[in-house]
Write a protein that binds this ligand. Structure first.
Ligand SMILES: Cc1cc2nc3c(=O)[nH]c(=O)nc-3n(C[C@H](O)[C@H](O)[C@H](O)COP(=O)(O)O)c2cc1C
Length: 481
């Protein structure tokens, strides 16, 4: 190990993590055995390279042999920020190597991506992507034993054929407090095949630490394109799309509830608004939409809850294990984000239920207000009618009183007397009339008898006449003869 005689850069030194926090494209010279030595690094730094790696150094040799240190690692004052890459399979060995380079470098990187047969056979390089626990132990050891919180501990990996395993590895590494992850977008078998930038993008979206995209980047333009394609730019993770959507939904709910509660818009008006044709069309899907959103929010809430529990547990373990403050900060940040997501989804769920209840109550209130108004009209009409009858009644009462005042009883007696007299009079009249009738009847009978006598007399005279007539005609006949 050798420097340029101007002294060590010192530990603590620069913070390479700051490069990623700046939010712009970070240009990195990848570790290359035999190539990325001091001279090469000095050259690329002249061409605005932001961060350089040393070639991979086997940590065990480096720790054991001074000769190995001298030949493998040289640096100078201008050689920064610098990351020393190690091949290691034991936590303590890696830690010892990190302690040795700490005064001369800004961080160490664990090689989990070398696919060479000798490295894999030794348990180094890409075979570590199948041992996430060992990777976690190694990172944690370095974090615990290097006092400088700005000293970075990163890993460089290749991807699994099953991307889920890579995502899992990265999330575990992130939880351990790794500073960033370089992803060579090929699997262990691939050499010159196209790089899976889509896989890098997925990894980038599943963690919030910086992800460095690696593979097939030969020009600055390539770097910009890959940066654009994968989103891997070293920027700190922003809110993911789903949580941005939930937060927007939450704001929307708050606004709608506030508008619904405005005091100068009456429930009746709201009902009229709900009655407009557009709403009635939406209402057909309303129940389905309501249930779908409830289910989605519950899933998100449970997911956030799971994350909170996970990071709370990790935080406790890390504190107990006395891990470096940087790692604890990182876990704290993850915990904060999952708690924020828990609140967002929880409040969204709550307000969604409140919103539905508010709309139902408004509709019910509008209905009861309408029926109340109808009842009021009915009551008014009835009161009017009752008043009219009352007035009429009073008027009649008054008239009766007026008539009745001055001795009702006496007038009734007088009337009675009058009526009696009238009855007597009528009775006498009736008697007279019946007498007259009897008299008339008698007269009629007498007249009848008289007329019968006359009739008999007439019949007798007629017979007498006929007899005389016959006797006269007989006398004349005799004369003629
Ligand atoms: C000659 C050479 C040496 C390399 N040495 C290392 C190394 O020591 N450590 C490491 O992690 N990767 C090493 N790599 C891999 C590169 O860092 C990088 O991941 C790879 O070159 C990207 O793929 P590409 O060459 O198709 O662009 C080496 C690559 C080459 C070509």
């Amino acid at each position: 190990m050798s420097g340029d005689g101007e002294g060590i850069k010192g530990c603590p030194g620069n913070e390479p993590g700051e490069l990623f926090r700046a939010g712009r494209l970070v240009k990195i010279c990848a570790p290359m055995v035999r190539y990325s030595k001091l001279a090469f690094r000095t050259l690329v730094r002249k061409y605005s390279c932001d961060l350089c790696y040393t070639p991979m150094i086997v940590a065990a040799d480096f720790v054991r042999s001074a000769k190995a240190r001298d030949s493998e690692f040289t640096t100078n004052k201008g050689d920064n920020p610098l990351i020393v890459q190690f091949a290691a399979k034991e936590a303590q060995v890696l830690c010892d190597a990190a302690r040795i380079v700490c005064p001369f470098a800004d961080g160490i990187d664990l090689n989990c991506g070398c696919p060479q047969r000798w490295a894999m056979a030794e348990g180094y390089g890409a075979c570590l992507i199948n041992k996430p626990e060992l990777v976690r132990d190694m990172v944690r050891h370095v974090r615990n034993q290097i006092d400088n919180p700005g000293f970075s501990v990163s890993i460089k990996i290749r991807i699994h054929e099953d991307l889920k395993r890579t995502v899992d590895l990265c999330q575990k590494a992130e939880a351990t407090g790794v500073s960033w992850i370089t992803v060579h977008g090929r699997n262990v078998e691939e050499r010159h095949q196209p790089v899976h930038y889509d896989a890098i993008k997925v990894i980038k979206e599943s963690v919030s630490i910086p992800i460095v995209a690696n593979g097939d980047i030969k020009t600055l333009k390539d770097a910009e394109n890959v940066h654009h394609l994968t989103g891997a730019d070293g920027r700190r993770g922003t809110m993911t799309f789903q949580w941005t959507a939930v937060a927007t939904f939450l704001y929307g709910e708050v606004v709608v509830i506030l508008v619904l509660c405005l005091p100068f818009i009456s429930p009746l008006r709201w009902q009229k608004i709900f009655m407009i044709p557009l709403w009635s069309k939406i209402a057909v899907f309303w129940n389905k939409m309501f249930l779908t959103i409830i289910v989605l929010l519950i899933i998100l809430f449970l997911d956030a809850f799971r994350e909170v529990r996970k990071y709370s547990a990790i935080q406790v373990t890390e504190k107990v294990a006395n891990v470096n403050t940087n790692a604890i900060d990182h876990i704290h940040m993850k915990l904060f984000r999952s708690q924020r997501n828990l609140y967002i989804s929880g409040f969204s769920l709550f307000l969604w239920l409140v919103l539905r209840r508010t709309i139902t109550l408004l509709t019910q209130l509008a209905k009861s207000m309408a029926s109340h108004a109808a009842l009021e009209t009915q009551v008014n009409d009835t009161t009017e009618a009752a008043k009219k009858y009352l007035a009429e009644n009073e008027r009649l009462q008054e008239a009766l009183n007026e008539r009745g005042s001055g001795g009702n009883k006496e007038s009734a007696k007088v009337i009675n007397e009058k009526l009696k007299k009238e009855v007597e009079h009528l009775r006498a009249e009736l008697q007279k009339t019946s007498n007259a009738l009897v008299k008339a009847n008698n007269e009629v009978t007498a007249v009848k008898k008289q007329s019968e006598g006359l009739k008999r007399e007439y019949d007798r005279l007629m017979r007498e006449y006929e007899r005389l007539q016959e006797s006269s005609s007989e006398a004349e006949d005799k004369k003629d003869l």
